[in-house]
Design a protein around this ligand. Structure first.
Ligand code: C2E
Ligand code: CA
Ligand code: CA
Length: 508
């Protein structure tokens, strides 16, 4: 059946569209004045109150609602509905006009889906939807694909070129960047966007969505917070990253440890690296863990992943020692399944011995959520045994897992890794600053040191140092990198530290 918007409008309909709307209320002062002239004060009052009331009764204020619910903000609409939403715009375009389709994914979605309760997730989704809807025109299409991803199509226009569309994409990112308040908590999110631009009726809605999604996959690979445009060479046949169910390549050859530096706020020196898993597909593409960990998890391969990550990390320490880089530790992430394995202690002790690495140089990263509450007894025992072997225990994503103070005292934790959600904008947002300050104070009282994760800006780095956080890690220092790059990066970094500060020369 043809849709209301697909038809070409008659002149009568165009005139009605022009005047019938909230704009009609612009005539209200003239009508009131006329009524006052003709009938007097009674007429004025009746006109001023009665007309808006009649307008409301006949639904004048609701003219846009059908668009709002039917196309602009449909939730989980299914592929046909998404396509028909975009098709509306394809038909609305006049010859020569262009329009853009954006595919948006909130960064770290798999993490957020695990971490947030159902009602919190629904709240976030609703708020984002309202923000998108109020930030765009009523003729644009906003479709929520699932709780943390969206398809948005922008109404056609003659001047929609690449530059304007990139600007539009960064405006869509800004809409997400504003903090979200969940009770007393505030959440800073970011998003990746892929987009495609099409000419009037040149391409069907289905292909446009595929193009935008392929560009989104590219953005996610370069994320977080990345924007990519569809180009003819973008591979449309690959499944969008968000829907990955199978990995190409074998775990032994495709899994690689990348390393992100951690530095001291006292001395500026590199104190360690965290090992982060990356998957190299057979075509050479590097996948981030958010896309492949769920696939490995459902294939029961997580313990194999940890074994490989551990041996690559210990080998990395030997390489840094050979290069005389003076790097103290490497951090390895352990999943709940690893820590619940009664043989984990023997495996780690054997590997440390095999690579001849002192146990204190391995930081065992344990998620706060894994040891919070009624942690499995085996996990608590394993963590305690690893600590007694001499390994350092880093409590990862601290602040999100609700560990009690008694848990912190019960477990031999060496360091808290303050989650990125508390660090974001800590220099600009006094509430964030208070949270970080409170965690640091508590850690100090408990005799624990702290590392702040996700430090992106100089401002964040500075405030963390001022608040007394001893270690930092984040894109502001460096992104995770392959082992081969770590030696050159470390030498460059240390070289810059060794340059004495320039003392201002007097001008002659
Ligand atoms: P994580 O352990 O909290 O690791 C830190 C994540 O934050 C990494 O993402 C890192 O790239 C990212 N990151 C670091 N600095 C910044 C920053 O300044 N800004 C932003 N926006 N992000 C930053 P990545 O590598 O995508 O890893 C995501 C998560 O996947 C990790 O979070 C960890 O939970 C899991 N993961 C990664 N490698 C492994 C592994 O070998 N084993 C296990 N079990 N989990 C792993
Ligand atoms: Ca970690
Ligand atoms: Ca973390």
């Amino acid at each position: 059946m043809p849709r209301r918007k697909d038809r070409i409008k008659s002149t009568g309909e165009r005139l009605r569209d022009l005047f019938w709307g909230p704009q009609l209320l612009a005539f209200l002062p003239a009508l009131c004045l006329g009524a006052y002239w003709l009938v007097g004060e009674g007429g004025l009052i009746a006109c001023a109150l009665g007309l808006p009331l009649l307008w409301a009764i006949f639904g004048g204020f609701e003219t846009d609602r059908s668009d709002f619910t039917e196309e602009r903000g449909t939730v989980n609409p299914g592929p046909e509905k998404i396509e028909s939403g975009i098709e509306t715009l394809v038909h609305a375009a006049k010859p020569g006009e262009k329009f853009a389709v954006f595919a948006i994914a909130i960064d770290d979605a798999s993490d957020l889906l695990k971490r947030l309760s159902g009602p919190d997730l629904a709240e976030i989704t609703d708020r984002l939807k309202l923000r998108y809807l109020s930030g765009l025109r009523s003729s644009d299409v906003v479709i929520q694909r699932d709780s943390l991803s969206w398809i948005i199509a922008i109404h056609p226009g003659p001047n929609l070129d690449l530059e304007a569309t990139i600007q539009q994409a960064s405006r869509l990112q800004t809409i997400v960047d504003e903090p979200l308040f969940l009770g007393n908590d505030r959440l800073y999110l970011s998003s990746c966007i892929g987009f495609t631009i099409a000419l009037h009726k040149e391409t069907g809605a289905k292909v446009l969505i595929e193009q935008a999604e392929a560009a989104l996959s590219d953005a996610i690979l370069n994320g977080p917070d990345a924007i990519r445009a569809y180009a003819p060479q973008t591979d449309l046949k690959k499944p969008p990253l968000a829907n990955l169910t199978k990995l190409d390549g074998e775990i032994e050859t495709s899994l690689h440890a990348w390393f992100q530096p951690q530095t001291s706020t006292d001395t500026g020196q590199i104190t360690g690296f965290e090992a982060l898993a990356r998957w190299q597909s057979t075509d050479g593409t590097w996948l981030p863990p958010g896309t492949f960990l769920p696939v490995l998890e459902s294939a029961g391969q997580m313990e194999r992943l940890t074994e490989l990550m551990l041996s690559q990390s210990l080998r990395a320490l030997s390489k840094w020692d050979e290069a005389e880089l003076n790097i103290d530790t490497v951090g390895v992430n352990f999943a709940e399944a690893d820590l619940a394995n009664p043989r984990i202690y023997d495996k780690i002790a054997w590997d440390l011995d095999r690579f001849n690495i002192a146990p204190h140089r391995l930081c065992v990263e344990v998620l706060e959520s894994v040891v919070a509450g009624d942690a499995n007894d085996i996990i608590v025992r394993n963590v305690a045994k690893l600590a007694s072997l001499g390994c350092q225990i880093d409590l990862d994503d601290f602040g999100t897992g609700h560990a009690s103070i008694s848990t912190l005292r019960r477990l031999p934790v060496s360091r808290l890794k303050i989650d990125r959600s508390f660090v974001a904008k800590a220099d600009l947002d006094s509430e964030q600053q208070k949270m970080v300050g409170t965690i640091l104070m508590m850690a100090d009282r408990l005799g624990l040191s702290c590392l702040a994760e996700g430090v992106e800006t100089l401002g964040e780095h500075t405030i963390l140092a001022q608040l007394g956080c001893r270690y930092v890690q984040g894109f502001g220092i460096a992104k995770p990198m392959p082992l081969e790059q770590t030696v050159v990066w470390s030498r460059n970094y240390q070289g810059k530290l060794d340059i004495p500060p320039e003392i201002g020369r007097k001008s002659r």
